[in-house]
Design a protein around this ligand. Structure first.
Ligand code: PLP
Length: 531
């Protein structure tokens, strides 16, 4: 590594990226290449001799960028956003520059400690309960994706219950989510060895705006428990992927708690909005949760990847050991609330003191750590052995980990809460403008209530039956995306093909919403003329 060569090359690269952003609107938002296009353009094998950076940048421009779908384009409205920002970019740069592998505290104390501090900061911005802060028994950890966040807490919950019920109980374990929960829960179940039929996607419908009904959950749990199954994990969502439905956290959480079910909240997209006081109520009930995740890399100006997971372990740590050592499982189920309350008083309260906290150190965040911890000889060190530190390797699937907290730290410091709130509010206002356009055009309908910056809508001409209406909207999506001028995506709700318009790219302004609406109107008019 020659520092001067780095300076020169990195300047070139920054220029290239800055130019990319300057001209980003010139590219078709959705890449228009055919599968296999790149193999035809690149050589069969790696070069023997080094090549100049400029040649490579030229190839990026001519061969790579055509195959890029421009997530940072202001005309990108598909799926959910994946924000980049100057702060996030600088943080990534710094992280790449320092390039540590911070799996244990000792491998770079700053990486672990900054992560703990920054996640405490963010937890406070979200007004998460104190139990999620690192100074207690809980704490936050940065995962690569929400899928990993859900997987690690599912593994922790599974192992917690198997420690009590025995490994052979695996086939009886039941996970609850709704039919709107992201497919990552299904993948987590597959990896965790949960039987496919025991990963229950409880039905939702338009009556609850696709939120999970507490009655449906309670019924399912009691039916399953009565038939000898073991309910153990509930994943609720704040801002579902299809339509931003918000599950009723408080009611679901109470049901989970009274059935000794681990309660996880996935707020991958909408969690970011909850830094604004007017949207914070969407996570009311988070006090009932054992774990909570949001993706800072979606809508929080933090370059991919940065999915934040908090766990709150005191209750579980203590009630689970209590349950294992003192209570019989059958008695525990019926007395759970009383036990939890009593045990909080006799065990959780004293464990807040620094002396007892130290004594409990190995058990803190224990469910996660007990599932994921390994301690091979070659990783042993004084700080870890002395239980003086957090070793994030025990909170995640891989061993190695990047210094991802740097970019979140940069985002929080360079923008401040004030600008972050403004950013979220601006996108929501832009989504409102788009929603208003739809309401003014009788050919369209808004399908679900818009809560954040996603608008779900469809074309619905008169006398259009379900199938032809679905086909019409599918054709509209294809036509709009083929223009390359905007990119939107779709979902299906109650058998209806729905178009999704998600505002959230950092560069999007009102003029882009106006232009997007024009594209949609024009393409809709062309299609309707053919009917
Ligand atoms: N959960 C929700 C609610 C999501 O919307 C998504 C992705 O859009 C995910 C989980 C999965 O996110 P990731 O790609 O970070 O695993």
């Amino acid at each position: 590594m020659d520092a001067e060569q780095l300076r020169e090359s990195a300047h070139k690269m920054v220029d290239f990226i800055a130019d990319y952003y300057k001209s980003i609107e010139k590219f078709p938002v959705l890449s228009q290449v055919e599968p296999g296009y790149l193999r035809k353009l690149l050589p069969d094998s790696a070069p023997y001799h080094p090549e100049p950076l400029q040649d490579i940048l030229n190839d990026v421009a001519t061969t790579i960028l055509p195959g890029v779908t421009h997530w940072q384009s202001p005309n990108y409205f598909a799926y959910y956003p994946s924000n980049s920002s100057i702060a996030g970019f600088l943080g990534e740069m710094l992280s790449a520059g320092i390039n540590i592998v911070g799996f244990s505290w000792v491998t770079s104390p700053a990486a672990t400690e900054l992560e703990m501090i920054v996640l405490d900061w963010l937890a406070k911005l979200l007004k998460l309960p104190e139990d999620f802060l690192s100074k207690g028994q809980g704490g936050g950890v940065i995962q690569g994706t929400a899928s990993e966040a859900v997987l690690v807490v599912l593994l922790a919950a599974r192992d917690r219950v198997l420690r009590r019920a025995g490994k052979s109980a695996l086939e009886k374990l039941v996970v609850y989510a709704s039919d709107q929960t992201h497919s990552c829960i299904q993948k987590a179940c597959q990896i965790a060895g949960i039987h496919a039929e025991n990963c229950k996607a409880l039905t939702t419908d338009s009556a609850t705006n696709f939120a999970l009904s507490p009655e449906v959950l309670a019924d399912a749990i009691s039916r399953d428990a009565a038939s000898g199954l073991i309910p153990f994990f509930l994943c609720a969502t704040v801002g579902t992927t299809s339509s931003t439905a918000v599950d009723p956290l408080a009611a679901l959480g109470r049901i989970a708690k009274s059935n000794a079910v681990w309660f996880h909240i996935d707020a991958a997209y909408a969690g970011s909005a909850c830094i604004c006081p007017e949207y914070r109520h969407y996570i009311d009930g988070v006090e009932e949760a054992d774990s909570f995740n949001m993706n800072a890399h979606k809508w929080f100006l933090t370059n991919f990847d940065c999915s934040v997971l908090w766990v709150k372990v005191c209750t579980y740590l203590l009630t689970s050991s209590f349950r294992t050592h003192i209570m019989q499982p059958k008695i525990f189920n019926s007395l759970h609330d009383v036990v939890t309350a009593t045990f909080y008083v006799i065990a959780c309260v004293p464990c807040q003191s620094s002396v007892s906290r130290k004594a409990f150190k190995i058990l803190d965040r224990s469910a996660l750590i007990q599932s994921l911890s390994t301690s091979p000889e070659f990783l042993k060190n004084k700080a870890s052995e002395g239980n003086l530190v957090v070793d994030y390797k025990d909170w995640q699937i891989p061993l190695g980990r990047r210094f991802r907290s740097l970019k979140l730290w940069m985002v929080l410091r360079l923008y401040g809460l004030e600008n972050l709130q403004r950013y979220i509010r601006n996108h929501i206002q832009l989504a409102e403008i788009f929603e208003e356009f739809l309401k003014q055009d009788s050919r369209f309908e808004v399908v679900t209530p818009r809560l954040f910056s996603l608008v779900c809508f469809r074309l619905r001409p008169l006398n259009c039956d379900l199938n032809s209406c679905n086909k019409l909207n599918h054709d509209l999506l294809e036509a709009v995306n083929a223009t390359g001028r905007i990119f939107i995506s779709h979902t299906v709700l109650s058998g209806r093909y729905i178009l999704r318009f998600a505002v959230g790219a950092p560069l999007t302004e009102e003029r882009h919403i106006n232009a997007a609406w024009k594209v949609l109107q024009d393409e809709a008019s062309s299609l309707l003329e053919l009917l």
